[in-house]
Every structure is written in C-alpha cells, then in structure tokens.
Design a protein around this ligand. Structure first.
Ligand code: ADP
Ligand code: MG
Length: 355
C-alpha cells in the first residue's frame, strides 16, 4: 500500500499542510523541534487511530484549536481510498470514502505501518509492555481473529481485576471469568508462538544486512504456559495464584504477563548488548514484519523516526541500502542523503517538497 497524499488541519504544529508523496524513500529533513516527528505521527495514526507517543488524543489538536483533522489517500492494488479522521476532545470520527466506519478494524485493515521510533532503542531493556505491544499490534494487523480475541481478553481481564477489588470476592464468578480467560488465552498464545517462529526465520537476515556481516539473532518467547496441555496448566497457574491475587487485588498470571527477550549470538541483548547493538537489533525487529508480507501490494508503509541518529557511517550505509529496498518509507532526520529519495524540508509549522 502507498500513501499518496496527506492533508493535516490543526494537527500538532501544523495549521494546514498538504503533501504529495512518492513511492520509495520520502525524507523529512529539518532542525530539532521543527515538526518532523509530528508528521511521522500523523502517518502512523492512520494505521491504528492511535499515536505511539503515549499521549492523549487531545494533545494532537494544535494549540488554540477545537479539533484536528487528518485526510489521506491510500492506494492498494490500483484502488485509491480516501481516509478522513477528525479528532476532538470528545472523541474521534473516522470516514473511509466519505462513509463513517463502524469498527476500528476497517481502518486497521486498510493501512499497515511498520514503525521505528527513538524509544525503540530501549525495547529490549525496557518494560515488557512495549514488547507485548509489538506482538499485539503486528498480530492484530495479520489477523482479525487476533484483533478481536485480544480485545475480548483485555475486557475479561478488566472484569477479573474488578472482581478481585470487591470487598467480598465472589469465588464462583471469579472461576467463570478465569475459565473464559483461559479459553481466549489458548488461541492467542498459539498466534504469538507462530508469529515469533516466523520472525525468527527472517530476523537474522535483516540484522545481518544492517550489521554488514552475518549475525545470529533470535526472539525468545516466554509464554504463560511453557509446556503441557494449555487449559490444564493455565488453570493450575490461576489456582496457585488465586490467594495472592485476592490479597493484591490484581491478576498476577496470564497472557498479559507474557514477554520475549532477544538473543544476539546466543546472549541476551538486554544484559550483554551495547547501546549500538540494541539500536541495530531494534531496527531489525521493528522492520521485520515488513519482510513477512510477500504480496508487493500489501507491503506496509515504513515510518522511521530519527532512525539514523547515533549510527556510524558504515551502519548508516547499510541502513540506507535496506531502506532503499522498501516499497514506501518515511524517514525523518537532520541531514540524510539518499539517492532517488523525495525530500521534504520541514521548518516550524511548515513542510514543503524540494524535488
Ligand atoms: N498540539 C500541539 N499544538 C501545537 N504545537 C505542538 C503541539 N504538540 C506539539 N507541538 C510542537 O511541535 C514541536 C515538536 O515537533 P516534533 O515533530 O517533535 O519536532 P522534531 O522535528 O524535532 O521531530 C514542538 O515545538 C511542540 O511545541
Ligand atoms: Mg523528532
């Protein structure tokens, strides 16, 4: 899929902005604070109606305005679709080809984005929530079934936690919710296992391109149920922790605690990896879902915010080679030169195409 046109209206630092984009590399260049990340954020917002910056939607509305709007034209298999998103303090409205959508999945299906942000450098050392988010976002894009199952799982988890917070815990009710959690947990965990296996088939190759020589890199998934029949083992785990959960008024085991680590040449990168190695590995991992999609027309849009910062010359060259092979990619930076790229100069409240 390709983003061919973007209009922003009172979105972050932009009062009004109109940009046409090309296939291949699109570069947003400008000094610090000029609005490059804001542009990347607007493009990413199209894929999930959510910013990656854990900021409320309200912060997307330009200071002094009542609402923000994003208009975009997205092309896939020769079909152009017009997306309109209006964000107000009371919520948002999304239209595709002029018609309001009923479910978020209609948008999510239409626009797929792989994203790298400067925060991803801490992906392996940081909190597990970010790593689970990587799994959830990518799996939701791959499978509508996962998208709805994870939504159901999270609602059930909220219910279980609410039940644990009651002064008098209703044990029968707790048991029913626990059973339902196990029921949706089983397929979700299976989806995660398959996805991690698929990532591991290509990850070393992507990383080796970035490093410039062969590197073995592997995602190690730490599932809730490590072995044995899922339902039985999960039930045992919930029973074991029930007293603890009641005391702490929170569900302490389950899918919401799953995690993964990353091994570089057999060693945990969070413990042994340098800053640079963490950076390259996180770029490789965040890009890898792109390479799992074979159909050219379905290839996601890549949005890479500040991906070049702190990379030395050799690794920058490797990254440029990799980026240049992508169908459509948006890259922000201060001073990047990539042959054949479309370049946009970003300066406060403005962005314009140079070539
Ligand atoms: N809601 C908003 N309204 C107006 N300006 C905003 C809003 N949110 C952020 N900004 C401004 O955007 C600028 C940061 O833009 P950003 O895209 O992060 O810059 P960079 O080019 O460094 O990536 C800051 O000056 C900030 O004040
Ligand atoms: Mg920035």
């Amino acid at each position: 899929m390709k983003l061919s046109h973007l209009t922003l209206s009172s979105f972050r630092s932009y009062e009004q902005l109109d940009l046409d984009f090309s296939n291949g590399v699109n570069l947003f260049l400008g000094p610090n604070g000029s609005g490059k990340t804001n542009l990347a954020e607007a493009i990413y917002y199209l894929s999930l109606a959510k910013s990656w910056r854990s900021a409320p939607d309200r912060s997307l509305i330009a200071y002094g305005h009542d609402y923000a709007s994003i208009y975009a034209d997205v092309i896939e298999s020769g079909m152009s679709r017009h997306i309109e998103i209006h964000i107000s303090p009371n919520g948002r409205k999304i239209l595709i080809n002029g018609k309001p959508i009923k479910r978020l999945s209609e948008l999510s299906r239409l626009v797929n984005v792989v994203l790298f942000t400067p925060e991803d450098v801490a992906l392996f050392k940081g909190s597990p929530g970010e790593r689970r988010n990587f799994l959830d976002v990518n799996l939701s894009k791959r499978s509508l079934d996962y998208f709805s199952l994870i939504g159901r799982h999270n609602r059930l988890l909220d219910e279980r936690n609410a039940a644990l917070k009651q002064s008098e815990v209703d044990h029968a009710y707790l048991e029913v919710i626990t059973e339902r959690l196990i029921e949706v947990g089983e397929p979700l965990e299976a989806y995660r296992r398959v996805f991690v296996d698929e990532l591991n088939k290509i990850l070393s190759e992507v990383a080796s391109e970035l490093y410039g020589h062969e590197k073995k890199i592997r995602v190690c998934f730490h599932p809730f149920v490590r072995s044995g029949p899922y339902k039985e083992e999960a039930l045992k785990a919930y029973r074991r922790s029930e007293q603890y959960d009641i005391v702490h008024k929170l569900t302490s085991v389950g899918l919401q605690r799953e995690d993964f680590s990353l091994e570089l040449e057999g060693k945990d990168i969070a413990i042994y990896g340098s800053q640079g190695e963490n950076r390259l590995a996180s770029i490789a991992l965040k890009l890898s879902p792109y390479f799992l999609i074979d159909e050219e027309e379905k290839k996601p849009i890549a949005v890479l915010d500040d991906v070049y910062s702190e990379l030395d010359e050799e690794h920058s060259k490797n990254l440029t080679a990799l980026i240049s092979s992508l169908s459509q990619v948006f890259v922000t930076g201060n001073d990047i030169r990539i042959d054949g790229a479309s370049t946009y100069d970003v300066s406060v409240h403005k962005a314009s195409r140079r070539n």
